[in-house]
Design a protein around this ligand. Sequence first.
Ligand SMILES: [Fe+2]
Length: 256
Amino acid sequence: MVDVHCHILPGLDDGPENLEFSLEMAESAIAEGITHVVATPHSNDEYHFDFERVREMRQQLQEKIGNRLTLATGCDFHLNPENLDALREDAARFCINQHDYLLVEFNEFAIPPAMDQALHEIQLLGLRPVITHPERNAILRTQEERLAKWVRLGCYVQVTAGSLTGVFGPGAQKNAWKWIADGLVHIVASDAHNMRGRPLKLRAAFDVVRGQFGEEKARALFIENPMAAFEGQELPHAPELPDERDTPRRKRFFFF
Ligand SMILES: [Fe+2]
């Protein structure tokens, strides 16, 4: 499996405090059957994104773990004006493995219409925005049509593995499953922060997705699509979206 959203590097944000903890997370990833991890430190009002330090920490961790796990860097990119300015200056440092997929996180309390324009601007910079964990955003949970519109306009969606297993509560869980059923989800990632409440685990979520939607869908969300994002390639599995709201649902969904 390939994890494109993970806070595994030490001392950069609210992820692990030191290299020992990072190593524990890396070992946990290997034990899960994860082969590639993208370290995506926050860039937001609280944590400054320093690409040189990010690269240095990645290098240190890679040397410790050897070739049992492939590490790359990206950013948990909070969509705000300061970050957009930084993106215009030099986008690659924020992108997954310095190609063209960019994780985009929205504010939890307000997503004004200007954010739609910001997503478009990111695309005009030649990047492919990946909306991170919309199922954990209370605003987006109530704005499903807006999310679907972004996907129709070429954005991608990543849900958090823990949402599927109920770690983030029933609301996030319900939307994560529903949006997979509706074809709105392209990638599942761990968004791990530590070894306790936010571990670097994907296997349990892979298994339940495989149980509900089959092997092909699970491989698409956990392996093939994230690997393509890692390599800056077109995603091989882009779900077909209904064009209009009144299009009959392709599949009834009975999990809950
Ligand atoms: Fe994150």
